[in-house]
Design a protein around this ligand. Structure first.
Ligand SMILES: Nc1nc2c(c(=O)[nH]1)N[C@H]1C(S)=C(S)[C@@H](COP(=O)(O)O)O[C@H]1N2
Ligand SMILES: [Mo]
Length: 236
């Protein structure tokens, strides 16, 4: 259940998304050229001097802010499961032990939140998206993923963006389990997209032929969410 305060917070965020959306008018050629130049100049994740790693409109933070809908589900590991549905050859449901039995990797990545903070050099531990996809085997018709969380949050991502070397199903951050505030036991990490695409407390994912916008995507946030293109709000 969300409190009245949280309803107000969510309403404020929605209003903000609406207003920002209307501020961005049609872009001229020079803007497109500038955007293309910024994209071409972007360094590989985890490399390069700090200033080239900061997408437009972002600032570096040293902490890790907590942002959610005001409800932080507590999911004991013995009750946790992760279910895969939809257009896959092998629709698994993993217990915590099943999940831990998969090959584990660490990936260093920068995170960019739409509220303008960026957090550099986090070391995420868990199961790579590449391995996960090799287990469930998406069918050729599968083009989109929709994640669903224990707090009912949802978010969507194209399979082509999820199927990337820096994407993972993470349960550790900087050598510790991801804590409850930050979405533990498990959250996917998709560093190349704004952080709202990295759902906390994930419980399932559906592989779909058609795109299905998630919680913030139907409330004024951009469907694609690429920080390097500053895709913050729909219409950006
Ligand atoms: N389940 C769930 N995941 C979520 C959210 C949420 O409300 N519920 N908020 C999203 C948003 S808007 C952001 S910015 C990040 C924040 O993650 P953090 O609290 O670990 O910084 O989580 C994303 N994932
Ligand atoms: Mo956010």
């Amino acid at each position: 259940m969300t409190s009245e305060l949280d309803e107000k917070l969510i309403a404020a965020k929605e209003k903000w998304a609406r207003e920002k959306r209307h501020q961005s008018g049609p872009q001229g050629d020079s803007a497109a050229v500038e955007a293309a130049a910024k994209l071409a100049a972007r360094p590989a994740p985890g490399e390069g001097p700090t200033k080239n790693r900061l997408p437009p409109g972002q600032h570096k933070t040293d902490g890790w802010p907590v942002l959610d809908l005001g409800m932080k589900p507590f999911v004991p590991l013995k009750d946790w499961s992760f279910t895969v549905t939809g257009l896959v050859e092998t629709p698994v449901t993993w217990s915590w032990e099943d999940f831990q039995a998969q090959p584990q990797v660490e990936i260093k990545a920068d995170i960019h939140c739409v509220t303008s903070w960026s957090m550099f050099n986090g070391v995420w531990g868990g199961v790579s998206a590449k391995h996960f996809l090799s287990v469930v085997k998406p069918k050729p018709e599968a083009k989109f993923l929709l994640f669903r969380s224990y707090d009912s949050y949802t978010t969507n991502v194209p399979l082509a963006r999820f199927d990337d070397d820096d994407v993972m199903l993470a349960h550790r951050w900087n050598g510790q389990p991801i804590d409850r505030d930050h979405g533990g036991p498990m959250r996917p990490i998709i560093p190349k997209l704004y952080f709202w695409k990295s759902a906390k407390w994930v419980r399932s994912v559906a592989f779909l032929a058609e795109d299905q916008p998630g919680y913030w995507e139907v409330r004024g946030y951009h469907n694609d969410a690429d920080p390097w293109k500053e895709e913050r709000y729909s219409g950006d």
